[in-house]
Design a protein around this ligand. Structure first.
Ligand SMILES: Cc1cc2nc3c(=O)[nH]c(=O)nc-3n(C[C@H](O)[C@H](O)[C@H](O)COP(=O)(O)OP(=O)(O)OC[C@H]3O[C@@H](n4cnc5c(N)ncnc54)[C@H](O)[C@@H]3O)c2cc1C
Length: 402
């Protein structure tokens, strides 16, 4: 039986392990961090295309358990004008729309499901190096000095991937997109908000971008993208949560909408995160090693597609390996099937980010033009290539797990 080492237990890692298992490849996951309780960080919306890929590996039910529905986005100007209402994509045949959930809860739920299917997840094992061996296999070396050997190594280790640099010493590093990220939650009833359930409200504020969404319990989750230079580790250490909240609320005091109030009375859960993307990674594979998910093609979070692309990758990688005569041929087929699509999404994300970083003059132009542009290019039809994409179920059909 072919064996695989999966580096990283985020979204792509456990999804890839489960997809590989369905095509008869046994996988073991190595995660650098200790096992967490899943209660830190930001929320992600998994779009219908990502949920479709998750469904193909038998994981849709777990996303339904931890997520709440997100059907549309409403874009607002700083003066409170509705600029546009956009669908988050054509629902799945059973009516499932996009689902929003904490990213760490998704990762934990995927790992728990992988473990339930007999896939081992080892925490506290950080990849340091890897090298192909003369017999075609690959040996991974971890920071604790231990090693592991398999027929294939899949780097699902995120935007700052070590695997990417092991595969290609010249590989690009994540590019700072000019936006910092903060996120939090405000308990139900503390602030009156206009939003309906199942919708993201996005505010193009004068100084920063704000998004909020009601949860099933009517708490309000929210995030801020504030344009500025990168936050340094020293600044992070020297700034209290209260100071960040004061600064963030101050960015929205002159804007219409509940942003400033939600921030002031809420609890910060994602603090001082810098946003990176990867415009193009020229080399995805070398011998029996390959990258998937953010390690290969991190889009700016503004695309709303990073997790979905990771889930699609898992299915396509497994299907490509299943059909190919060798590991090397399977990895080449995977790249050929994925590269054009994911690079198009990364470009789309970079464009979305740039609408959040514009200064006051550009904002006036944006608020005037955005409704017209979105009417032409933000319709369901024009984004169908992205959220309407469906994986080939034949890639991972006929499960081989118990
Ligand atoms: C603020 C924010 C909002 C976002 N919103 C959305 C959204 O709404 N919709 C969406 O689809 N996407 C969104 N994304 C993007 C999405 O979170 C990522 O695209 C997705 O998590 C990528 O999954 P991944 O498994 O490739 O990487 P990650 O989730 O980053 O997981 C990588 C894992 O590898 C581990 N690791 C790293 N290095 C090593 C090593 N050397 N050895 C072992 N393990 C290692 C890490 O600890 C981590 O667990 C958002 C991202 C951010 C930052």
């Amino acid at each position: 039986m072919t064996s695989a080492i999966i580096v990283g237990a985020g979204v792509a890692g456990p999804a890839t392990a489960m997809a590989l298992q369905r095509v008869g490849i046994s996988a073991e996951i190595f995660e650098g961090h200790a096992r967490s309780d899943g209660e830190v960080g930001s929320y992600v919306t998994v779009a219908p295309n990502g949920l479709d890929a998750l469904d193909a590996i038998g994981g849709l039910a777990l996303a339904r358990r931890i997520g709440f529905p997100s059907r549309r986005s409403v874009l607002m100007s700083a003066r409170g004008r509705t600029l546009a209402t956009l669908s988050l994509g054509r629902p799945l045949p059973d009516g499932t729309v996009g689902l929003t959930m904490k990213r760490t809860r998704l990762a934990l739920a995927l790992c728990a499901e992988a473990e339930r299917r007999g896939i081992e997840v080892q925490y506290g094992r950080r990849l340091a190096d890897a090298s192909p061996r003369p017999d075609g296999s690959v040996q991974a070396v971890f920071e604790d000095g231990t090693t592991a050997t398999a027929d294939l190594l899949v780097g699902a280790d995120g935007v700052h991937s070590v695997t990417r640099h092991i595969i290609d010493r010249q590989a690009p590093r994540g590019r700072y997109v000019g936006l910092t990220n903060f996120g939090g939650v405000t308990s139900a009833g503390l602030v009156e908000v206009e939003a309906a359930p199942e919708e993201w409200r996005f505010l193009f504020g004068r100084h920063a971008f704000f998004g909020y969404h009601l949860t099933g319990q009517r708490d309000v989750i929210w995030f801020v993208n504030a344009p500025r230079q990168q936050i340094t580790p020293m600044e992070r250490r020297g700034t209290s949560t209260h100071q960040w909240q004061e600064w963030l609320a101050g960015l929205f005091v002159h804007d219409r909408g509940p942003a400033a109030e939600l921030i002031t009375v809420g609890a910060l859960e994602l603090v001082a995160d810098n946003t990176y993307d990867l415009p193009r990674v020229p080399v995805w594979r070398r011998g029996p090693m390959v990258v998937v998910g953010d390690a290969a093609h991190a889009p700016s979070p503004s695309s709303g597609q990073g997790a979905s692309m990771s889930l699609e990758d898992a299915v396509v990688l497994a299907g490509s390996l299943r059909r190919a005569p060798s590991v090397a041929a399977g990895l080449a087929a995977y790249e050929a099937r994925r590269r054009t699509r994911v690079e198009r999404i990364v470009r789309y994300g970079a464009r979305s980010s740039s609408t959040k970083t514009s200064g006051p003059m550009a904002a006036v132009v944006r608020d005037a033009l955005l409704p017209l542009l979105l009417r032409a290019f933000g319709t369901d039809r024009s984004t169908r290539w992205m959220t309407g994409h469906r994986v080939d179920r034949g890639d991972v059909a006929a499960p081989t797990h118990r």
